[in-house]
Ligand binder design. Structure first.
Ligand code: PGA
Ligand code: ZN
Length: 424
């Protein structure tokens, strides 16, 4: 049973405060979880409670969230069976009492939910992926490795937020990491030789002062080839334009490029990129408020490209079911803090899988050394993870955890590879 629940304020990878929770059981087992934070957030995400006092932490303090955990939440969950995750999460949702977790904060609730799961796994002397996924949990995810940052994650003119590579030709997760690292370092050298900055953005990818998606994709393609890999066959490309960020008054406003595109033109542009480059997956190709655009693009290219909804679904089971019903994309990005409890995360994954959709487990742009999402990717067998570049410890921590899991599974480990991607 749960004995103590303790929250504290720690720092995330951007140097902002975030919530960390320790759950200790009566047998002494400890579970610890830290909560991530987004920059390009969907409007229907569960609410991250910030103090809003401009004199402290630029308004980003989490003292109220920490106090909620140490006070009200700790009192409510003390004595509960840590192995009853669904019961615990339902109690947390009921205690909060809002549909968006705005009273207690999704950051307080998520910390307690995840830390309890980790404590329960520790009590059973099981790694988290096995505790949650059972003995059948042995699929290592295909990593979408971030390599160029733009949008809200960097100070460069690039309108699109993320350019990633997927090592679809790798046989193991360890090999995928090696391939990604080689391309990352080749790209660094190429950018340097072309006179570009090799400073990195929030997710550890380079943030050169490029203007167009084509320029970024050309650099990445060249780095893939110069590393000895075949674009498409060995390594595919993935983009997250994070289109909600530059959709204004019904128009996609490419400020860096200095061009405005109506939804149909924006879709034409994306289709052109899919035709010209081995782009296997696009996340948030259309804005969360442009559902007509989403449906149009899905009808046009959904049979040859994975279209993953992030802002449009916010890891919310009801929104995902609505998207499945109405033909909005064919894949779901899952960010644990967008919804706030582990049980709700698993329900969203289940709804997507039931419909034959794919799921990409994901970090946030503000992360910590917490590696829970690595275990969740294996536990759910979702086959894909997006956890940043192969630099910065907040990102590499997740890759390193997956390397450990692959080693621990030994002969039983399977690598998702190309088959994890929808229709690639
Ligand atoms: P965020 O970015 O964590 O800043 O929302 C990640 C993403 O858009 O996928
Ligand atoms: Zn996104």
């Amino acid at each position: 049973a749960i004995k103590t629940v303790t929250a504290r304020r720690i720092l995330d990878s951007r140097g902002n405060p975030t919530v960390e929770v320790d759950v200790v059981l009566t047998d002494g087992s400890l579970g610890r979880a830290a909560v991530p934070s987004g920059a390009s957030t969907g409007t229907r995400e569960a609410v991250e409670l910030r103090d809003g006092d401009p004199a402290r932490w630029h308004g980003k303090g989490v003292d109220r969230a920490v106090a909620h955990v140490n006070g009200e939440i700790a009192a409510a969950v003390r004595g509960r069976d840590a192995a009853d995750q669904a019961g615990l999460d339902a109690a947390l949702v009921a205690l909060d009492g809002t549909t968006t977790k705005s009273r207690l904060g999704a950051n307080s609730v998520l910390g307690v939910s995840l830390a309890t799961a980790k404590a329960a796994a520790a009590a059973r002397r099981q790694p988290l992926y096995r505790y949650l996924g059972g003995d059948g949990a042995h699929l290592l995810p295909l990593p979408m490795t971030n390599i160029v940052n733009g949008g809200a994650h960097a100070d460069n003119p690039l309108d699109f937020q993320e350019f990633m590579i997927v090592p679809v030709g790798a046989d193991t997760f360890a090999e995928a990491v090696r391939m990604g690292s080689e391309v990352f370092h080749t790209l660094r050298r190429d950018l340097l030789a072309a006179g570009h900055s090799t400073g990195v953005g929030d997710e550890g990818g380079f943030a050169p002062a490029l203007r167009t998606a084509e320029e970024a994709l050309d650099f990445v393609m060249a780095a893939v080839e110069r590393s000895g890999y075949r674009p498409g066959a060995d390594i595919g490309l993935v983009m997250d334009p994070a289109s909600s960020e530059f959709f204004r008054d019904g128009v996609y406003d490419y400020a860096g490029e200095g061009v405005r595109r109506a939804p149909a033109q924006h879709a034409d542009y994306l289709e052109g990129l899919i035709d010209a480059y081995p782009v296997l997956s696009i996340e948030d190709p259309m804005a969360e408020d442009d559902l007509d655009g989403w449906r149009d693009l899905t009808a046009r290219v959904g049979d040859r490209c994975q279209l993953t909804g992030d802002d449009v679904f916010c890891t919310n089971e009801a929104l995902v079911r609505e998207g499945i019903r109405t033909g909005v994309g064919n894949s779901v990005l899952v960010k644990v803090n967008q919804i706030g409890t582990l049980t709700e995360v698993l329900a969203t994954v289940g709804a997507a899988h039931e419909a034959g959709w794919t799921v990409v487990m994901s970090h946030r742009s503000g992360e910590t050394e917490d590696t829970t999402i690595a275990d969740l990717a294996v536990a759910t067998g979702c086959g894909q993870i997006k956890t940043g570049s192969l630099s910065r410890s907040d990102r590499t921590a997740k890759y390193n955890q997956l390397l450990r899991i692959e080693e621990e599974l030994g002969e039983r480990a399977r690598f998702a590879g190309r088959s994890a991607l929808l229709r690639a």
